[in-house]
Design a protein around this ligand. Structure first.
Ligand code: UDP
Length: 364
């Protein structure tokens, strides 16, 4: 009999990318439970994602959100470990690079419970990013490493990780997009509500700590988006991450009228907003991938990316935070006649969730 598996997650992207794995567990009637750390806790970033993607409610929610980083790490390790001791699973699975991923993996590893990591092997090669530390540590204590791309596989081999533990599965984000794009067309309302027209606007997002926690960088990004809107003559729609809203207020940065800020939207609404955008400008990992999958050009508001495939295929460009460079990058990408449909998708074929569950079932 297959042992029970615990899915440990805590943030919006983890719910989104874990949803195909949940579906695959359900399809095979595998015994599993969801342990939510509560790292993200607002309705839009948390419950709305469960609703949109039909993911069952967590069995446990630790409600450890909003605490300073130091406390989050301590509380998560303590509380996740207590639950794993009580409701002992045969393995845990985590996805991505957040504090919930790191603490989930550390807690299970310490208790001798096998750890599976989806989206293993991603590297920005920038150790000042907390996410990079989380990725490296989690990969090196994992027993099953599910890598999304060949580049990610290469990173792990270079770091000396035993090849037998590494499986090239593709990224479940491709599954999530394929499984939801048609549903989104019928259920999403935001695109219409905002009075948008296809290819008539830029979709932007910014939330990474290294951008929004530094006043100068956040100011430059907002200025770059404003200049892009004015110089190119196109509106910019910006769903505001809670972290960004807080920082904008704290730093007293006003949002210019050329940028249309909205509350964070559900995944189905976001998919439709992405699909119809003329360009996506973002510092999000997920949006870089989704732009690629949906054949929408992308400008990344960072100095590096752990998604180098998007750049190699000419679908994405790194703009950093200099306003002039941001405008120039937007121009370059908007002039491109992107056609990614003629290539194999380096992020996968939409069957990553099934593949991951197959491998787990065979190995456990
Ligand atoms: N997303 C969403 N609503 C929004 C903004 C983003 O559903 O208003 C989704 C988006 O489609 C992507 C994920 O959230 O799948 C990205 O999350 P985030 O940018 O917070 O994290 P990252 O991908 O950088 O880890």
């Amino acid at each position: 009999m297959t042992p029970k598996i615990a899915i440990i997650l805590g943030t919006r992207p983890e719910i989104i990318k874990m949803s195909p794995i949940v579906k695959a567990f359900q399809n095979r009637a595998i015994d599993f439970f969801i342990l939510h750390t509560g790292q993200h806790y607002s309705y839009e970033l948390d419950k709305k994602m469960f609703e949109d993607l039909g993911v069952p409610a967590p069995k446990y929610n630790l409600h450890i959100g909003g605490e300073p980083y130091r406390k989050q790490v301590g509380f998560m390790i303590r509380d996740v470990s207590n639950i794993l001791k009580k409701d002992r699973p045969g393995a845990i699975i985590v996805q991505g690079d957040t504090t919930s991923v790191l603490t989930g993996a550390l807690s299970a590893n310490k208790l001798g419970i096998p750890v599976a990591h989806h989206e293993a092997g991603l590297r920005s090669h920038d150790l000042s990013m907390l996410e990079e530390e989380n990725r490296i540590i989690t990969d090196h204590i994992s027993d099953y490493l599910f890598v999304p791309t060949k580049d990610a596989l290469k990173n792990l081999i270079e770091e000396g990780i035993d090849e037998e533990k590494v499986f090239l599965t593709g990224n479940t984000i491709v599954d999530t997009v394929i499984q939801n794009v048609k549903i989104a067309e019928t259920k999403a309302t935001k695109f219409k509500e905002l009075g948008l027209i296809p290819k008539g606007y830029i979709l932007a997002s910014v939330h990474r700590a290294e951008n929004v926690d530094v006043k100068e960088r956040l100011f430059c990004i907002i200025e770059g988006l404003e200049m892009t809107a004015k110089k190119i003559g196109i509106s910019v729609v910006l769903p505001l991450h809670p972290r960004t809203s807080i920082r904008l207020k704290e730093f007293n940065i006003a949002i210019p009228s050329s940028i249309h800020c909205i509350d964070p939207v559900g995944f189905l609404d976001l998919l439709v907003l992405e699909k119809n955008a003329a360009l996506i400008m973002t510092d999000s990992g997920g949006l870089q991938e989704e732009a690629f999958i949906l054949n929408v050009p992308c400008v990344t508001l960072r100095d590096n990316t752990e998604r180098p495939e998007t750049i190699k295929y000419g679908a994405n460009i790194l703009a950093g935070t200099n306003p002039e460079t941001i405008v120039q990058s937007a121009r370059v990408m908007m002039e491109k006649n992107l056609n990614l449909t003629t290539h194999d998708n380096p992020f996968g074929d939409g069957r990553a969730g099934e593949r991951i569950v197959d491998i787990l079932l065979k190995s456990l």
